[in-house]
Ligand binder design. Sequence first.
Ligand SMILES: [Zn+2]
Length: 388
Amino acid sequence: MLKKILLRTIAILAILITLASIFVPAYMHEKRCGTHISPPYRASAEAQALYNRLDFPADLHCDALLWDGNLLKRHDYGHVDIPRMLEAHIGLQVFSMVNKVPAGLNFKSNTDDSDQLIKLFMVEHPLKPRTWFSPAGRVLEQSRTLHRFARKSEGKFRLILSREDLADYLQDRANGQELTAGMLSIEGAQALEGKIENLQRFYDAGVRMIGLTHFFDNRLGGSAHGAERGGLTDFGREVVQAMEEKHIIVDLAHASPALVSDVLDIATRPVVVSHAGVKGTCDNQRNLSDEQLLRIAENGGLVGIAMFEVADCGKDYTATAKAIRYAVDKMGLEHVALGSDFDGAISCHTDVTGFPLLVEALLAEGFSESEIQAIMGGNVRDFLLRAL
Ligand SMILES: [Zn+2]
């Protein structure tokens, strides 16, 4: 009798945990990642036609892997999945892996002594305890997930790991194949857990870009939202040099001004700032100053302009286009790209299928078709063909 009750309790618990692992992340994803403008999106005929002519729309940052949804399915919430990428004929989306987020997250000052992802990963991955407390474990799990989607996509979604992969993929797209692609990145190198050998593990898992810091200072250096906001540490220097050797792109989004400056002092390869705004149109702690924009241009780097209210001080693409105009005027056209921050626990202006509205706003800012080609993804393609 007792055994029967025990078995029944275990069965009920297993069902509850399974249901929670399916519905809780989806519920949180829908709640946290809304849009200011609801789909379907209607751009002007001119903007839509120009968008349809773009050969490589690309975006340098999304956090879609955090929510453990099935990216092979089209969702009516959140911002990115593979069907919507195909619909928007996206050339490349960088998928960044969030791996530790402090409780009470804010833009001013955070420490690393709390972690609000523990509960999320316990619910998402009840049978994978390596993801519960370990930023490295979370990165390895999320990268495995994206590889699995690529395998199950019937050849429609590729993971780009090398310059050759990218060249082959471009060729196949040019030949008319219906294809889209992703590249793996990490949001915050606290995922290394202080061990340089984890860099090789991440490289082997397909990671080709790493943001050095996220919302708190870590062992590499300061965050723009950290408590100390210092520069590059000795360990940080070691990691940056090892990344350059492996052709893993250094991402300075969320870096403290001191860290940005220190990395640019030693960088021998171009860096990116995958998702940021500019102080020139939206002055806050996370956005880039004119001096930083100039130094990144000098380094040959690329800035992905983010598309949400805190980054561009607006609720539609007019604000994004103004930030892009400002960055292009300061840095030169070839240094500016898109870095939406889709699915980053924020409301974005639209989901990925709303990009024609951004083209409309860029036209209103006076950009020409060839300039829009470059900003909307041509620059990312050219950068990666050099940097990978
Ligand atoms: Zn971010």
